[in-house]
Design a protein around this ligand. Structure first.
Ligand code: C5P
Ligand code: ZN
Length: 500
């Protein structure tokens, strides 16, 4: 396998041609740039990185945030654009590149900076990737062209970061924002939460620029009260303590740790000294190895992880830890406040940040209530090879993907990890369901590819909506009357992929 540095060299040499293409068009149109980006944390950081890079080059721009680049959106974009605008599609566009080619007139120049599987490409080994590469460079940059896996080695924000760095090396200071995007797309999934592939090179840039610090830490949320984050950990199961915050608090107090901080609140991971963290990790290792007869090495691998913190943010704020930063941006995008997220990712620490903090509280409550509703009312339904749920009046289109992802990563056994999950939320004002599909890494490694499941199921149902994404996470929309046929087809295709 080619080394990641060699792949990056290839990507960088193509990005130089992309930069020339961009400036050639920009000079001839004398207009501005319109960036279209996706509403999740990766999309918002992608838009912010391009926005900041253009600002530095004194190129005027505007940013629009979309739920998804659906056919209807592309038609609207085509109608609203003219030969005085240069379009940039970030964190989407590859899965719709043929559609963009057909709908946008020859006079409207555009760039696609994305990491999703390109339209009609089945998986990373599909030979069609090369064909797409040859016919779409320099206006289309996608990691699969360079044998880099877009589902876990680089995100949309990472691709935008390398474009920004090609425009100006000064943009190395946006490397940390690219890592926020990768974290939002759950790409730090190497051993102990490490980044790998191209993301590891972005991390190197962030370390060189002194923006990020990697610390060994306990695998619990750093900003929730510690008893809560231990009791509700999705990674570590502590028999008798998991799910019970008051027993967990007593467990911590028995270790001789004062659990109240100076404001009288229960301490968070961030409030603890290294010594206190050491005490807790030793106590947990002892507790688990006695109760569950598990080897300490196995417990340690789950308990101690890398945590990435931004050195210039306030300790304990929602922006200090990459995970919390990406959560905050996600909450902005999914509460129809994407522009707040873009402003924060571009550096706002005042108005936008304050507003985002306020709406985060409501967002977290909505997510929590949705998960409880699913669990308490047993909303998960099963077919032979898939499982699915309807959001009904409780889970809206904006958060259906987040809920499906949380269910897949959850350790409480609400769902069966051996089957992909399909969340269906009715879209307001339209007779369609938004579908968000997610699969656990274990079944992706056995052959499940949700991008392809969705594309094939749409075809079998004679639906012309665009759909796809990545093997572990994909989406589309389906008319209400076709939903049952669509899910039956998904069931069938997953069966085929698993060769059952
Ligand atoms: O919308 P949702 O979060 O479920 O999408 C999962 C993944 O699939 C995302 O990365 C999204 O960008 C991608 N997707 C896509 N084309 C669609 C719908 C979703 O590439 N039509
Ligand atoms: Zn993305």
């Amino acid at each position: 396998m080619t080394q990641i540095n060699t792949k990056l060299d290839h990507l960088n040499s193509d990005l130089i041609k992309t930069k020339e293409f961009f400036y050639n068009h920009l000079n001839s149109i004398e207009g501005s740039v319109h960036i279209y980006t996706h509403l999740d944390a990766d999309g918002l950081t992608s838009g912010a990185i391009i926005g900041k890079a253009l600002y530095r080059e004194k190129v005027s721009f505007q940013i629009s945030i979309l739920k998804q680049l659906e056919r209807e959106e592309i038609t609207k974009i085509a109608e609203n654009s003219n030969n005085k605008t240069f379009l940039i599609f970030s964190d989407f566009g590859s899965g719709q590149y043929l559609e963009l080619q057909t709908k946008l007139s020859k006079d409207i120049p555009y760039l696609i900076l994305d990491h999703h599987l390109p339209q009609e490409v089945v998986n990373k080994t599909d030979e069609k990737v090369r064909e797409v590469y040859l016919k779409s460079t320099p206006w289309h940059i996608n990691p699969y062209f360079y044998d880099i896996d877009g589902s876990n080695e680089v995100s949309g924000a990472g691709i935008c970061y390398y474009f920004a760095k090609t425009l100006n090396n000064k943009n190395i200071d946006l490397s940390s924002i690219a890592l926020v995007g990768a974290t939002g797309d759950i790409q730090n999934q190497g051993p102990n939460n490490t980044f790998f592939g191209l993301n590891s090179l972005i991390l190197n840039d962030a370390l060189v620029a002194d923006l990020v610090e990697v610390i060994d830490d306990l695998n619990f949320s750093p900003i929730k009260p510690l008893n809560e984050s231990i009791a509700y950990s999705s990674e570590i199961n502590l028999p008798g303590l998991s799910g019970n915050t008051s027993k967990t608090l007593k467990f911590l107090q028995k270790l001789g740790i004062l659990m109240e901080n100076s404001q009288g609140n229960i301490k968070t991971l961030n409030d603890l000294t290294q010594d206190e963290k050491q005490k807790i990790s030793s106590a947990i290792i002892e507790f688990v190895s006695l109760k569950l007869d598990i080897e300490p090495a196995e417990i340690i691998s789950k308990l101690i992880v890398n945590r990435y913190v931004l050195k210039h943010e306030i300790i304990g704020s929602e922006l200090h830890d990459l995970n919390d930063f990406s959560n905050l941006l996600n909450s902005c995008g999914r509460s129809n406040n994407g522009s707040l997220g873009i402003a924060i990712a571009m550096g706002d620490r005042k108005v936008a940040y304050r507003k985002a903090q306020e709406q985060l509280i409501t967002y977290k409550r909505t997510i929590q209530e949705a998960l409880l509703w699913i669990q308490d009312n047993q909303k998960i339904q099963f077919k032979e090879n898939i499982q699915y749920f309807f959001g009904e009046e409780v889970i809206s289109e904006n958060i259906i993907g987040t809920i499906a992802s949380m269910l897949i990563f959850d350790k409480s056994g609400i769902i069966d990890k051996c089957k992909p999950i399909f969340g269906c939320a009715k879209r307001e004002g339209e007779e369609v369901y938004k579908i968000s599909a997610r699969a656990h890494e274990d079944i992706v490694n056995k052959g499940v590819n949700l991008s392809e499941v969705i594309r094939q199921a749409l075809e079998l149902c004679h639906l012309n909506a665009l759909g796809g994404g990545h093997p572990p996470a994909a989406g589309t929309k389906v008319p209400i009357g076709k939903i049952s046929e669509f899910l039956d087809n998904c069931d069938l295709i997953v069966k085929r992929q698993l060769k059952i």
